[in-house]
Ligand binder design. Structure first.
Ligand code: SF4
Length: 97
């Protein structure tokens, strides 16, 4: 039996966080921008991996698990994303730093 502690991976750390859904998604992709190259950058930079590209080449966002870091907001800009913080009491509660 080993008594050394294994370091936690990113997914394990994120799994400790708690997310409370808002009534409306706090980040929305603006209409007609689903295939914009600037939006495709969000697939790479979102630390929670919430942006994916579907078979039509459109980017989709699954807001559950958003860390509210603002990275997608900076990379994509206001022409692409309607970005707000969640309303009070909603959103992420960090449990690990
Ligand atoms: S705010 Fe951060 S975690 Fe949330 S969708 Fe944007 S990049 Fe991902």
């Amino acid at each position: 039996m080993s008594d050394t502690l294994e370091p936690m991976g990113l997914k394990a750390k994120l799994g400790l966080d708690v997310f409370k859904a808002d009534k409306e998604p706090h980040i929305k992709i603006k209409a007609g921008k689903e295939k914009d190259p600037r939006l495709k950058q969000a697939i790479v930079v979102c630390p929670a991996g919430l942006y994916t590209e579907n078979s039509e080449g459109e980017v989709e966002l699954s807001i559950d698990g958003c860390l509210e870091c603002g990275t997608c907001r900076i990379v994509c800009g206001p022409e692409i994303l309607d970005w707000q913080y969640p309303s009070g009491g909603s959103g992420v509660q960090f449990r690990f730093g």
